[in-house]
Each structure stands twice: as structure tokens, then as C-alpha cells.
Design a protein around this ligand. Structure first.
Ligand code: SAM
Length: 203
């Protein structure tokens, strides 16, 4: 997976490649899907949701440009896999999921895989996590029509928000940096994520 799906494309951050090699992706999937864990695809995790394709997980992590000491918020816990990869790259990780059943399963998977220090919350991630803010980085794994203002407001100065922005079926992964002049936006790769639900999301 790391060689053919990540390095051979455009993921060059060695910390991200090492993190992706270390986290056992199969532990974040239902038993019947574990044999497919390293496919180049998003996989169903129930409740109409998916575990993101490995490349998109790596891409989001790379865009956050983490060095190891940061505090990161992961919006859209899903299976918990992205949160585990972020835990390999940053000092502290909070993750928030709106569907309680998924949050519960993700919490159990994170413990099984040895990432019990990741804090799993249930709630509307479009509002961020005010009690944990500010964050050095915020990763959003669901598509929004625009950048939810609460998420930008919860970034530290020079903090990075990585979020798929666009229409319901196709988006661009945007990298938004908090600056004194306001949001600095760099467009990135086209992508396709399930919708972010809630204020600032879809519906
Ligand atoms: N990063 C996840 C992983 O590694 O498995 C994949 C996330 S999945 C593509 C998107 C997740 O975002 C879904 O689990 C969905 O329920 C969640 N979601 C959608 N809107 C949300 C919101 N407003 N707050 C929190 N979670 C939300």
C-alpha cells in the first residue's frame, strides 16, 4: 500500500509514509472486510459511512505538515483509522463523530490498536470542539459546501485546516491556513467524500 498507492503517487513526507506503514488498517474494519483493508479504495463501515481510501488519509495528513508536537482535531471519526494515523504524527488527537454507534466502535478499535490516548467525542464536528481549542491542525474527512467558520476560529495562528470543499458529489481538498490577514486558501487535489452533516455541511 505504501509503495504503490502512496509513494508512487505524490506522497513524499517520510513521517506520513512511516505512520501509514505502522497503523494496522484492518483493525478498524468489520471482520468480514479485513481481507480488503489494503485495497486502493474507500470501504464501507456501516451506518452509510466509509473508511477513507488510504491515499486520501495520507494526503490529508501530509497537508497538515505535522512535526510531532501538535494538537490536532479530526472531524468525522468514522472507523478511527485516520485518528490513529494522526496519533502517530502529533502529540495530542481529539476526534469527533456525529453517529454514536461509529464513535463507540472507533473507540474500541483505537484501544485494540494501542491508540487509547486518542480522545473520541460524539457531536457535530462542524462546530469544532470549543473545549479543546485552539488546534494546530484540523482534519475534516467529510465534504462541506464551504469552510465552517467555527473550525477556522479554533485554529491557532498559522494553524492548518484541511477540508474537502465543493458540491455533494465532487470536491477539492482545500488547505486553509489561519493568518493575520484572514484565511489563506491553497487548492489541492480533486476528491470525493461523503457529506459533512450539520451547520456548514450538507443538510
Ligand atoms: N476518517 C474516517 C476514517 O478513517 O474511517 C473516515 C470518515 S468518513 C469518510 C466521514 C465521517 O464523517 C462519517 O463517519 C460521518 O458520520 C462523519 N460526519 C459527517 N458529518 C459530521 C459532523 N457534522 N460531525 C462529525 N462527524 C460527521
Amino acid at each position: 500500500m505504501v509503495d504503490t498507492q502512496l509513494r508512487d503517487r505524490d506522497i513524499s513526507d517520510s513521517r506520513v509514509l512511516d505512520a501509514m506503514a505502522r497503523v494496522p488498517r484492518e483493525l478498524f474494519l468489520p471482520a468480514e472486510l479485513r481481507a480488503r483493508a489494503y485495497e486502493d479504495a474507500a470501504l464501507s463501515i456501516g451506518e452509510g459511512q466509509t473508511m477513507s481510501q488510504p491515499y486520501m488519509v495520507a494526503r490529508i495528513c501530509a497537508e497538515l505538515a505535522l512535526h510531532g508536537g501538535e494538537h490536532v482535531l479530526d472531524v468525522g471519526t468514522g472507523s478511527g483509522y485516520q485518528a490513529a494515523v494522526l496519533a502517530e504524527l502529533a502529540a495530542e488527537v481529539d476526534t469527533i463523530e456525529r453517529i454514536p454507534a461509529l464513535a463507540g466502535r472507533a473507540r474500541a478499535s483505537l484501544v485494540e490498536a494501542g491508540y487509547e490516548r486518542v480522545r473520541v467525542h460524539v457531536g457535530d464536528g462542524t462546530r469544532g470542539l470549543p473545549d479543546g481549542a485552539p488546534f494546530d491542525g484540523i482534519a475534516v474527512a467529510a465534504a462541506a459546501r464551504g469552510v465552517p467558520p467555527a473550525l477556522y476560529d479554533q485554529l491557532k495562528p498559522r494553524g492548518r485546516l484541511v477540508i474537502p470543499v465543493g458540491k455533494r458529489r465532487v470536491q477539492h481538498l482545500q488547505v486553509v491556513i489561519r493568518s493575520a490577514e484572514g484565511p489563506a486558501v491553497a487548492r489541492s487535489v480533486p476528491c470525493r467524500f461523503v457529506p459533512l452533516v450539520g451547520d456548514g455541511g450538507f443538510g
